[in-house]
Design a protein around this ligand. Structure first.
Ligand SMILES: Nc1nc2c(c(=O)[nH]1)N[C@H]1C(S)=C(S)[C@@H](COP(=O)(O)OP(=O)(O)OC[C@H]3O[C@@H](n4cnc5c(=O)[nH]c(N)nc54)[C@H](O)[C@@H]3O)O[C@H]1N2
Ligand SMILES: Nc1nc2c(c(=O)[nH]1)N[C@H]1C(S)=C(S)[C@@H](COP(=O)(O)OP(=O)(O)OC[C@H]3O[C@@H](n4cnc5c(=O)[nH]c(N)nc54)[C@H](O)[C@@H]3O)O[C@H]1N2
Ligand code: SF4
Ligand SMILES: [Mo]
Length: 673
């Protein structure tokens, strides 16, 4: 089926950006002679407001670049050498079907592991026919935990993922707390709303180990040591409770567990928390006072604070603050967390029931490939660049190099993971197919449509998984075939009027105009409709108990915390194929001086898991004791072919089984370049 129709020589097509970014921009895409010449923001979505990020403006370079995968291919050289011969789709799919069936026959369905995460991040390209295929095969299941597992668990346990404050309501806040979030890179359309609030007199508090662009504009910047948000948040709770500033009426009416939270907060005086976090106790007190005494007060909770051993309890303690301080019920008050659950959609379109097969935590990909029982014999990677984005990279690469592993990588470009494939399959981008984009910053649901014909022989996920279902003999009457049919099928299964709105207008109308006031328009979706400030079920799961603090893993040998924040050049590792300025490790001047290092030095960043070789940038915009490399690098970006993930442990967060990327502790030394 051809997806795009024949167009006039130059015209503009309206669509939406579905990438893993909270903003979900509406786009105007200009096409000339069947090729995209430019991509810009449109006014269709007021939050987009006619502008987009530089990353997606460059997307045509991905579409038509040298790294784009155009044909199916099979490996001809050693694993990882990126040497392939072109084959037909027929041959490629037949080979994959045969390998999956053989593995299932010999080792059981669990020897097949599907691996996927962000990708195009919409409702069509994941958890549709792919889920049907792997469920019917009885494949191992994947716990999607590289991101948002701890914040998701916290938000679910406390509030049942109640819809949260949308960007448009930030100007109503008199105090904004940006906690582990850097919208200047990771969701740029929030920034003007924060600036507008500031123009109207709002104060800004930023809690981040780096002096981010908004930290520079903040009234208070708590430059915390990574992983110490839990003591900081608990100290604010303790202050609220002890000073009589907790909203006792709200707590009595709408919450349970407040006393248990209060108990756990008790040890955390400002002084003690400040020592742990490496900040001034007075600054912490000032932040707590401002929060307690200002309304509307709004916390934008990001993901920076979740990626460590305390990430679950920390996120929980942060999200509990507006309940204890009584900040709900007014526009511009409450919290903002992921809004992806705010439509209340359950994926009823996945046909088959989920089997109770082995569940592999995706942060343990390396371990699973090393010693899984039964062994993993077929790895099917799509919507992910696992070799670059998963912790304990050395173990992941070792697993991918296994001669007895059959790896399929279904991708748009030749990523670090695709290089290890036995079969590579070319995928369409969101500009060449349909997608249902669900925003997670604002509350939005929009239909993306094909703007141009697929490049080369690229196919959509729906087509490929649909065809594989047939080839393994698991296709059933009623299963959709092809992308258009799958899209219509999903639209038909969405609750009305969402499906009709998307079909007819390309956008669904969100409840409450997309701007819910928490505890006025929306309420917790917990079983008893109350905020559960002490979700008992987690008490046993968390190694130090709920709200229990696990100390910094730094040692004398590896004293520096390595963090990997989102960069403005990529979305995760998507677009990393494009040229960028040389990547450097950022270090504070005092740390550089202590090691006799200077700007531009060739350095080795190392710990027991591996090392990264690159050059050094020295700057005071990171706190002492912490160093930083950008998230989303590819192996080509460093001198020795490893990214930060070679230094990141595959340990899990206290709650939710999330990734501990920011628990990497390292040392840095000079090398002769
Ligand atoms: N341009 C761009 N946009 C993106 C992405 C991208 O890669 N590039 N990724 C997308 C995805 S997948 C996600 S999940 C979101 C992430 O969105 P954000 O959470 O905003 O991004 P991060 O850079 O992961 O983390 C935010 C900040 O947390 C700080 N930080 C690190 N460790 C800690 C800590 O222990 N405590 C505190 N308080 N702060 C800490 C970092 O310095 C950083 O400035 O962004 C999305 N948007
Ligand atoms: N060290 C460190 N590592 C991190 C993080 C960190 O902060 N520090 N952040 C983590 C976070 S927040 C996240 S979300 C993960 C993201 O990790 P990944 O999910 O691996 O994200 P990407 O690197 O963006 O890879 C997505 C891939 O899907 C492909 N793709 C896009 N659309 C489609 C499609 O329709 N079909 C198919 N078949 N493929 C498609 C893209 O080309 C891209 O290569 O990374 C995590 N890794
Ligand atoms: S990546 Fe984010 S900011 Fe950029 S176009 Fe997509 S939704 Fe907008
Ligand atoms: Mo993410």
């Amino acid at each position: 089926m051809k997806t795009a129709t024949t167009f006039a020589p130059e015209h503009t097509v309206a669509t939406v950006c579905p990438l893993d970014c909270p903003d979900s921009c509406s786009l105007d895409v200009t096409v000339q002679d069947g090729r995209i010449t430019s991509i810009d923001g449109s006014e269709a979505n007021p939050v987009t407001g006619g502008y987009i990020c530089a990353k997606v403006r460059r997307f045509p370079e991905r579409l038509y670049g040298a790294d784009r995968l155009l044909y199916p291919a099979v490996r001809k050289g050693p694993k990882g050498a990126s040497s392939f011969s072109r084959v037909s789709w027929e041959e490629a799919l037949e080979l994959i079907a045969e390998q999956m069936l053989q593995a299932r026959e010999r080792w059981g369905g669990e020897s097949i592991l599907p691996y996927s995460y962000g990708g195009s991040n919409g409702l069509l390209t994941q958890d549709t026919s792919d889920a049907t295929l792997f469920r019917r095969l009885g494949a191992s299941r994947l716990a999607r935990t590289v991101c948002a597992a701890p914040t998701g668990a916290a938000n679910q346990a406390l509030y049942g993922k109640m819809p949260s404050v949308s960007y448009e309501d930030f100007p109503d806040a008199r105090l904004i707390v940006l906690w582990g979030a850097n919208p200047s890179a990771s969701g740029i359309h929030l920034v003007p709303y924060i600036r507008e609030a500031q123009r109207q007199g709002a104060r800004l508090i930023v809690i981040d180990p780096r002096t981010t662009p908004l930290a520079r504009q903040a009234d208070i910047h708590l430059r915390v040591r990574p992983g110490t948000d839990l003591p900081v948040a608990l100290a604010i709770h303790w202050y609220l409770f002890e000073e009589g500033l907790a909203d006792t009426a709200f707590l009595a009416a709408h919450t349970r567990g407040a006393e248990r939270l209060r108990e756990r907060a008790r040890p955390w005086t400002f002084e003690r928390a400040a020592v742990e976090a490496g900040i001034e106790a007075d600054a912490l007190r000032a932040a707590a006072e401002a929060y307690a005494t200002t309304s509307p007060a709004l916390i934008r909770c990001g993901w920076g604070q979740e990626r460590n051993r305390n990430g679950g309890s920390a996120s929980m303690a942060i999200l509990a603050l507006p309940a204890v301080a009584g900040k709900f019920g007014v526009r511009g008050g409450g919290y903002t967390m992921s809004n992806s659950a705010s439509w209340g959609l359950s994926r009823t379109w996945i046909g088959s029931d989920e089997p109770a097969t082995r569940l592999v935590n995706m942060n343990h990909l390396g371990r699973a490939l090393e010693d899984g029982v039964p062994p993993i014999k077929v790895l099917f990677v799509y919507n992910s660049n696992a070799a670059a984005t998963t912790p304990h990279q050395a173990l992941v690469l070792k697993g991918l190099a296994r001669e007895d592993l059959f790896t399929v990588v279904f991708e748009q470009v030749m990523t670090d993971t695709a290089r290890y494939a036995d079969v590579v399959l070319p995928a369409t981008t969101f500009l060449e197919g349909y997608e249902i984009a669900r925003s997670y910053g604002t509350i939005g649901l929009r239909l993306g449509k094909p703007v141009v014909e697929p490049a080369g022989e690229a196919r959509s996920n729906a087509e490929v998984f649909g065809e594989l279902l047939q080839r393994v003999g698991l296709w059933r009457e009623g299963d959709s075939t092809g992308e258009l049919e799958e899209m219509l099928d999903v639209l038909a299964r969405l609750p009305e009027p969402i499906g009709t709105d998307l079909r007819e207008r390309g956008a669904a109308t969100p409840p409450n105009g997309g701007r819910p006031i928490q505890f006025h328009d929306v309420w917790p979706l917990t079983p008893d409709r109350k905020v559960d400030l002490f979700p008992e079920a987690f008490e046993a799961e968390a190694p130090a108990g709920l709200y229990g603090y696990q100390p910094d893993p730094a040692t004398a040998e590896f004293p520096l915390a390595l963090i990997t924040p989102a960069s403005e050049r990529t979305v995760s590792s998507t677009l990393s194929e494009l040229p960028r300025p040389e990547v450097r490790l950022l270090m504070h001047p005092t740390d550089a001086e202590a090691r006799g290092l200077a700007e531009g030095d060739a350095v080795r960043v190392f710990n027991r898991l591996g090392d990264v070789r690159c050059h050094l940038a020295v700057g005071a915009w990171i706190r002492p004791g912490t160093v930083s490399l950008p998230k989303g690098l590819w192996r080509k970006h460093t001198a020795n072919g490893y990214t930060a993930n070679v230094l990141c442990p595959d340990t899990l967060t206290d709650l939710g089984g999330g990734a501990c990327f920011n628990d990497a502790r390292v040392q840095v030394e000079k090398i002769s370049s």
